[in-house]
Write a protein that binds this ligand. Structure first.
Ligand code: ADP
Ligand code: MG
Length: 342
């Protein structure tokens, strides 16, 4: 495998990765960057949760995007997986592949990582650096009390289905960024030119997704199952239903949207974005009916919005309901297409 010259590799590590705000010490991290492997402790009552995401330039982020935003997104999407498991961030490793060593790029990239690493007390403890077409791989480690991990397989008949935050903005952001969307040519803004506030809102939604770590650590004990919505609500909820061997319904009217989505996108396209878009990094989770009041109160104290969008039923698949509770056939061609491929 091609490597940058060892001089530049070590220079990159020393100057941009071994920084007080990135590879800082924390309890349980015996040894970080600098040896052949990091050494970390796992308390006996906890599981080590590990998750990895690979981001390739031109596919998972636009070529030429602001490096600090790329860094933010790369770490945030990993932290979102920890939130979905109910795990507290612990540390992370970084696989960095760069076409050449660009000091300005690296300084900005490192700054973007530092921000989230400090916010979640999650230091960088190792990685690998190589040259090639740009890609960024991050593996996060988290800690979760044994038996407390919120698996996809735990939903029970009678549970309520919730989502955090608002849905669809990740997919709508692709329009704002001028990137291709798999939602097709009819998926456009309903306004000729979104306001600069809306445009900024969508860019932030894409590059600065907010991992729901706070919600999952405070309320995760109430979740019977959870997943983070990276591929669209329909597909991700289906994973919970499949693994829990249950069915679910979704009240379409209940799906929460941002002000910007309500202002810039038609109702059909909003729904398409929420169900089939992806990149929202909100949580979809199930809660027993008896725990819903406690969930609402915790979410309220945190200032995080959670919305009940449906119920777990016996059976298979997802049923969509209108405002009166009657089943809705999502029979437009687009919906059939995405339902089949989701
Ligand atoms: P080795 O050859 O033993 O795999 P390297 O020379 O690749 O070690 O790396 C030296 C040290 O720098 C190791 O501790 C490694 O974890 C760390 N490191 C290398 N690349 C990165 C990176 N992109 N991010 C964080 N740490 C890194
Ligand atoms: Mg070695």
């Amino acid at each position: 495998m091609q490597k940058p010259s060892s001089h530049s590799e070590f220079e990159i590590i020393r100057r941009f990765l071994v920084t007080p705000n990135l590879s800082f010490p924390r309890e349980g991290i015996e040894l970080g960057i600098g040896d052949d492997a990091a050494l970390i402790e796992v308390p006996p009552d906890k599981h080590l949760a590990m998750s990895m995401d690979v981001l390739i330039s031109g596919i998972h982020f636009p070529l030429g995007a602001d490096p600090s935003l790329i860094a933010n997104r790369a770490l945030a999407v990993n932290l979102s997986d920890l939130a979905a498991m109910g795990a507290e961030p612990y540390c992370f490793t970084l696989g960095l592949v760069l076409p050449h060593s660009d000091e300005k790029w690296l300084a900005s990239f490192s700054g973007g990582l530092e921000h989230l690493a400090r916010q979640y007390n999650c230091p960088l403890v190792g990685g690998d650096t190589s040259s090639g077409p740009m890609s960024i791989s991050i593996q996060v480690q988290g800690l979760v009390e044994k038996k407390r991990a919120t698996r996809r397989s735990g939903a029970n008949v009678g549970d309520r289905i919730y989502v955090s935050g608002e849905l669809g903005d990740g997919a709508i952001a692709l329009l704002a960024l001028g990137l291709d969307s798999h939602l097709g040519s009819e998926f456009t803004f309903a306004v000729s030119e979104p306001s600069s506030e809306c445009r900024q809102f969508f860019e932030d939604a894409y590059f600065k997704p907010q991992p729901q770590i706070g919600l999952s650590s405070a309320a995760g004990k109430l979740f019977s199952s959870a997943i983070d919505i990276s591929d669209g609500l329909q597909g991700d909820l289906q994973h919970i239903l499949d693994q829990s061997e249950v069915a679910g319904n979704i009240r379409l009217e209940a799906i929460p949207y941002s002000k910007s989505a309500l202002c810039c996108v038609s109702p059909e396209n909003r729904l398409l974005a929420a169900l089939f878009g992806g990149d929202d990094y909100e949580l979809c989770f199930t809660v027993a009916e008896k725990d819903c009041a406690e969930l609402d109160s915790i979410a309220n104290d945190l200032g995080v919005s959670v919305t009940c969008i449906g119920d777990i039923k016996a059976g298979k698949g997802i049923e969509y309901l209108d405002a009166d509770g009657s089943p809705v056939e999502l029979n437009a061609q687009a919906f059939q297409h995405f339902s089949a491929t989701a």
